[in-house]
Design a protein. Structure first.
Length: 276
């Protein structure tokens, strides 16, 4: 996931906190070995090199995440798409996307052929490439939640780069973990987090503020200064939706949200709140 992971655990013996932290880190490393599209040793990287040329086997774990990504694609009307890896790489590298034809967002059967019986996949065009960057941190945090529960950890705060957050229990000096989103000079109300997850996405990234999210309907990068924030029970859902709400037009956002169990959400542009 290539970002900083902060773990805060309190209210238990140091030994239990250290054991839980080590288990979480090891789990994330194993997930990265499956989901990383840039590490040549990772399964997703290898599948991306081969699957457009023919049928290739995938692990049950990767198959699970591919199917999960398809569910999210359908539930977001295509505004979240794990199959557009080549487009996302071009945006990240500030390269031209004019020569690439984005994979069809609303028709999974035209992008990938899945054989669930034999656990194989085949990309149906050269433009398809797996990218779990829009849900990978959420998947990792949800796995961490399972470890915390298994080890009996009640109070914890985990943050992936400040943009994806998982909370358990409450802050040592309060009844919740406080969270507030600031847009420009405006700070939103404090969200009282207990046993939930939050994800924040921006339409532009880096010091040069380059677009990095693709509008699948208009086939252009999202060039606005939009910021989205979603609180949900699971970190993967929060992360998927924070990305989809950046890409989707304002009139589509509420219909997308209705397909998920969401606690609250906000979308801002540079100066004012669009939706909640």
């Amino acid at each position: 996931m290539n970002t900083v992971l902060d773990i805060v655990i309190w209210g238990c013996e140091m030994e239990y906190a250290e054991n839980a932290s080590s288990a979480i880190i090891n789990k994330i490393k194993r997930l990265q070995e499956v989901l990383d599209r840039y590490d040549s040793k990772a399964e997703t990287y290898q599948i991306n090199q081969k699957a457009s040329r023919g049928t290739v086997p995938v692990s049950p774990l990767l198959m699970h995440f591919i199917r999960l990504g398809i569910d999210y694609l359908n539930q977001t009307d295509g505004y979240f798409n794990i199959f557009g890896g080549k487009i996302y790489s071009c945006l990240k590298e500030n390269s031209s996307v004019n020569t690439l034809q984005p994979p069809l967002a609303a028709h999974t059967e035209e992008m990938i052929q899945i054989n669930g019986r034999h656990n194989t996949v085949h990309f149906l065009t050269d433009n398809v490439s797996l990218d779990f960057g829009g849900m990978g941190k959420g998947i990792a945090l949800d796995a961490a939640a399972g470890i915390l529960e298994k080890q009996g950890i009640i109070n914890a705060f985990l943050s992936f780069g400040g943009s994806s957050v998982l909370t358990r229990g409450h802050h040592p000096h309060g009844d919740f973990w406080p969270f507030a989103l600031k847009s420009g000079n405006k700070q939103d109300e404090v969200w009282k987090l207990t046993d939930t997850a939050v994800s924040v996405s921006e339409a532009k990234t880096g010091q040069n503020k380059r677009p990095h999210i693709w509008n699948v309907k208009e086939e252009i990068p999202v060039s606005s200064d939009r910021i989205s924030c979603v609180q949900a029970q699971t970190a993967a859902v929060a992360e998927v939706l924070s990305t989809a709400l950046i890409a989707a037009p304002a009139e589509k956002q509420k219909s997308i949200i209705q397909n998920f169990k969401v606690i609250q959400w906000r979308v801002f542009d540079t100066t004012h709140e669009e939706s909640s």
